[in-house]
Design a protein around this ligand. Structure first.
Ligand SMILES: Nc1nc2c(ncn2[C@@H]2O[C@H](COP(=O)(O)OP(=O)(O)O)[C@@H](O)[C@H]2O)c(=O)[nH]1
Ligand SMILES: [Mg+2]
Ligand SMILES: [Zn+2]
Length: 297
């Protein structure tokens, strides 16, 4: 007779009908008990195995501290990764930075009360026209780190900055997210190659993939998060993601000012005095518009 074996682990990658789980020793594939459980990368799970010859099955998911989401093609939120401690936003001289996307990643982190950091990668290349935006974000309180995966410059500082907790790496395609993950977690390159496809043979690189860095730290490569968005359920959601707007809203005439057309708006006064960056304000407007659209659905 076989005894039931049980254990706990962290989801490294979630697939349709199972997950790759790290149980403190090694990654292993787990199935799911029933049809209701939907594990997400970073979930702490309980598994059971009824017989040594069978694959372990996930039977429980512990409550999440947080869960970052993206908006799917139908405008619905879709989980990307759970239990994140830090969002590292990567930009580089090429591809040309999409600063609106950077704002949105930062806004998502602010929403969740998660630390954010800006990683300026490829410092081995000429960084034309990036300094102004970087200075602006830094001035607003976003820590900024310059590095190069190619030369290794700044990697030690990044290693120290990611030494505890789970860091989610986000950014446009091509900025060097996977290169960064491979630098920090050398086993990443090897495991991506061997576990790059799920049981149905699909490439799993479209879902988040977590790599342990130590017993206290992990890094999460999150491809396909171009449409990453802060949760839309909050009241005045857009304002929450912009520190310079939030801090001035108390001085608007109307308590529910959206800072768009309202009279005596402290935010737009600050904008006209150039105390708020016009690009950041435009970014706020775009996010406010997105939320207004989502609220109608
Ligand atoms: N010059 C330079 N190229 C880099 C650096 N980091 C990554 N790359 C290159 O940028 C390209 C995209 O890298 P990748 O890690 O796949 O980006 P991802 O799409 O964000 O995961 C690859 O050709 C890398 O070799 C860097 O620090 N300097
Ligand atoms: Mg990648
Ligand atoms: Zn206002």
């Amino acid at each position: 007779m076989n005894a039931v074996e049980r254990g706990r682990g962290v989801v490294l990658a979630a697939y349709g009908r199972g997950a790759l789980v790290h149980d403190g020793l090694a990654p292993r594939r787990c199935g799911l008990v029933g049809r209701r459980l939907k594990p997400v990368c970073g979930d702490v799970i309980g598994w059971r195995r009824d017989s040594a010859s069978l694959e372990p099955q996930i039977e429980s998911i512990e409550p999440r501290r947080n869960c970052l989401e993206r908006i799917d093609s139908r405008g619905r939120p879709e989980p990307v990764a759970a239990n994140i401690d830090r969002v590292a936003i990567v930009v580089a001289p090429e591809p040309r930075p999409d600063w609106f996307l950077v704002d949105r990643y930062w806004a998502a982190a602010l929403h969740h009360g998660i630390e954010a950091i800006l990683l300026v990668n490829k410092c081995d290349l000429a960084a034309d026209g990036m300094a102004e935006e970087i200075a602006c974000l830094q001035g607003l309180g976003l820590p900024c780190l310059t590095l190069s995966c190619r030369t290794g410059e700044g990697i030690d500082v990044l290693r120290a900055a990611t030494g505890t907790g789970a860091t989610l790496i986000v950014g446009q395609s091509g900025v060097g997210k996977s290169s960064l993950v491979n630098r920090l977690a050398p086993e990443a390159a090897a495991t991506t190659a061997t576990l790059g496809r799920d049981r149905e043979g699909r490439h799993t690189t479209t879902t988040a993939r977590r790599y342990p860095l130590s017993d206290r730290a992990a890094i999460v490569d999150a491809p396909g998060v171009r449409d990453f968005a802060p949760p839309a359920r909050l009241d005045r959601a857009a304002e929450h993601g912009f520190v310079e707007i939030r801090s001035r809203s108390a001085d608007c005439r109307f308590a529910d000012c959206r800072h768009l057309e309202e009279p005596d708006c402290a935010v737009r006064s600050a904008l006209s005095r150039q105390e708020i960056s016009a690009r950041r304000y435009e970014s706020y407007r775009r996010l406010a518009r997105l939320y207004a659209m989502l609220a109608k659905h």
